[in-house]
Design a protein around this ligand. Sequence first.
Ligand code: AMP
Length: 319
Amino acid sequence: MQPTGNLHIGNYLGALKNWVRIQHDYECIFCIVDLHAVTVYQHPAELRAKILEVAALYLAAGIDPADCAIMVQSAVPAHAELAWMLTCVTPIGWLERMTQYKAKSAKQESIGDGLLQYPVLMAADILLYQAGIVPVGEDQAQHLELTRDVAQRFNSLYGDTFVVPNTSLPTVGARVMGLDDPTQKMSKSATGLNHAVALLDPPAKIRKTIMRATTDSLPAVDFDTAGPGVLNLISIYQAFSAEPDDAIKAKFAGMRYGDLKKQVAEMVVAHLEPFQQRYREITADPAYLAGILRDGAERVAPIANHTVLTVKQRMGLHT
Ligand code: AMP
């Protein structure tokens, strides 16, 4: 995740919650991608603080640092090194087609080169560790496809080097939509007051934001005609509660929107209150957090360095 803005329930349901679920089934590396964050200007002091905030949120969500590595991208120079080598095998047309690049660059007066290269750096983050599975939200599926294409292109030019990774999307919550506008994905950079529920929002604010969510002109839930706002609220509830489809249908069919919103708000508050309590405990001990990040970088650096050495050898670079 990028250490920018406020992490929200979309980040949690699309990515973080699934990381916690699979963390003991695989050898996991969870990165805080600060080099990606600076593809648009970040205030240095705020960025420094956000990196620690995101690390603490990973831990509060339940990532177990005894089993998984939690690390900051810029602490392992191999990320930037491999990104350059991959840049050199990536056609510019592949990058210009990326929908996230098109959306982000449309908002900038002057487009930094880093914004275009963003997915190549992401490919480096993944290929560096020969990752088999990358658990992300749906908005990252296109970047994962590009990562696969870059890996295959490198492998065909220089011989088998990279594992071609698979994308893992959650079945519910892969694309949480904005509460003020359910046609847009919930996003950290959106400015609307009622757009998102941030993971660190106090309960009163969570309730207020959800009670104001946009629905449609019908009075109550009808699964055959429900609009995107209603379906978004129901899928947020289901992603938190992990109830099967038939239980969700039985619970919400015919329910008035006001009651639906109350149920969703209470479900979100019930999950986020203990999460926020753990966050406060973790951030009370900055030395603990710094130690986890140092340890994470030390654990993954040998894997990353080994890949970079192999890539240099394959390309004929000086080693
Ligand atoms: P980012 O905000 O780009 O740092 O994304 C961090 C992770 O959260 C990525 O795996 C995204 O796919 C996921 N994510 C971001 N926004 C959403 C959303 N609205 N719904 C589901 N997943 C999301």
